[in-house]
Design a protein around this ligand. Structure first.
Ligand code: PBG
Length: 326
């Protein structure tokens, strides 16, 4: 492209008024892009604050409903559900229990708020006594034996009424396994949003307190990706697309804007950015100190994810963001 030079070209001409700036804005934020993550635990009237995530709570199903209803009223189209079971074991039984906390909460939400989309996180770490996302032998996290449990978990979420299933475990072949199980059980129309490019990130720290899912030994680097690798991320995504992923997810968000951009460009599927717990904690902490403007930084971060290619924004600040976008 040939551009004239200065003084014919004066880029500032298009920045002279708010209306003009709005007219030429390339990217926009809309409440329809937001997804609010929520943490469900058993009980009634329970709201347990998560220390490192101000404004985030472990909620009993009735309180999840309250929170989801408030989000829905603001125009937020979807919530992303995580479960905190009462008991953990070595088979993650709570993940696929018919009456597990996620299954119960999904049924309640779909009954009371049928037009709110319920996305469920499909993973085993919250339900495993060792805190890993797969079946463990010795210190090894086994891939193939984990697939059946993930497929069973996804199917039980679909049976409860989940609208979209979001596997976040990073086992090889999980999307295919989940798709096959769903189809076999006649959930041919239930989409899979794959955490296709998920890095082994220190930004998930606060989440592990929220979900009680910190690994009891080692770390997640034998299944989640090395933050050094971008080409590998594209191969991961390609596999998930081949296996039938309907929507893609990249996380963490701000530390992976390059990945987000490449994934959207290469595959063109609906793509979500997940502004993870550590990103939320950093903004909240600096804002509490008066060091940054919470509203401006939150909205600018979300806009950056959109500019990089995200269609969908998963953020703990979804309710505030929805109010600020009005
Ligand atoms: C479960 C899962 C994690 C997150 C989403 N799903 C934690 C992890 O992989 O350790 C992180 C979300 C966040 O930090 O907000 N596997």
């Amino acid at each position: 492209m040939i551009l004239p030079g200065f003084p014919v070209a004066r880029p500032r001409r298009l920045r002279t008024s708010p209306a003009l700036r709005r007219l030429v804005a390339e990217t926009s934020l809309n409440v329809s892009q937001l997804v609010l993550p929520l943490f469900a635990r058993s009980g009634r009237k329970q709201r347990r604050p998560v220390d490192a995530m101000p404004g985030v709570f472990q909620l009993s199903p009735d309180e999840v409903l309250r929170e989801a209803a408030a989000a829905h009223a603001l125009g937020i189209p979807a919530v992303l559900l995580f479960g905190i079971p009462d008991k953990k074991d070595a088979k993650a039984s709570g993940a696929y229990a018919r009456n597990g906390v996620v299954q119960q909460t999904v049924r309640l939400l779909k009954k009371e708020l049928p037009s709110l989309l319920v996305i469920t996180d499909v993973c085993l770490c919250e339900y495993m006594d060792h805190g890993h996302c797969g079946v463990v032998r010795g210190e090894k996290i086994l891939n193939d034996p984990t697939l059946a449990l993930l497929a069973q978990t996804a199917t039980s979420h679909a049976e409860a009424g989940a609208d979209i299933l979001a596997p976040s475990d990073m086992m090889d072949g999980r999307v295919a396994a989940i798709r096959a199980a769903l189809d076999k059980n006649h959930f041919i129309d239930t989409p899979i949003m794959s955490y296709a490019a998920k890095f082994a990130s220190a930004f998930y720290g606060p989440f592990r307190e929220a979900a009680g899912s910190a690994p009891q030994f080692g770390d997640r680097r034998s299944y989640q990706m090395d933050p050094a690798n971008a080409n590998e991320a594209l191969r991961e995504v390609a596999l998930d697309v081949q296996e039938g992923a309907d929507l893609l997810l990249v996380k963490p968000a701000l530390a992976c804007l390059d990945i987000l951009h490449r994934v959207k460009k290469e595959f063109g599927l609906p793509t979500a950015a997940y502004a993870v717990s550590g990103e939320h904690a950093m903004i909240k902490a600096a804002a509490a100190k008066g060091w940054i403007d919470e509203r401006a930084v939150t909205l600018e971060s979300l806009l950056a994810m959109r500019r990089a290619g995200a269609d969908i924004l998963i953020t703990y600040a979804a309710m505030d963001a929805a109010r600020w976008m009005k």
